[in-house]
Design a protein around this ligand. Structure first.
Ligand code: SF4
Length: 55
């Protein structure tokens, strides 16, 4: 169970896309971004890629 095998992992940018982008600040600029995660991270929302394809 790792982000790299999760249905919500976007590998190109190493982002979690389980939820909508969240507000963040970069310097003085406000933006919305998906959380950056590591390939070997995980969380309780994990869903295997194959499980969502079957649904
Ligand atoms: S395991 Fe959790 S943090 Fe990682 S990609 Fe899946 S939903 Fe996101």
């Amino acid at each position: 169970m790792k982000c790299e095998t999760c249905a919500f992992y976007q590998a190109e940018k190493s982002q979690c896309r389980r939820n909508a982008p969240v507000p963040m600040t970069q310097g003085n600029a406000a933006t919305a971004q998906w959380p950056t995660v590591a390939a070997d991270d995980w969380c309780g929302e994990y869903q295997a890629k194959d499980a969502t394809k079957a649904a």
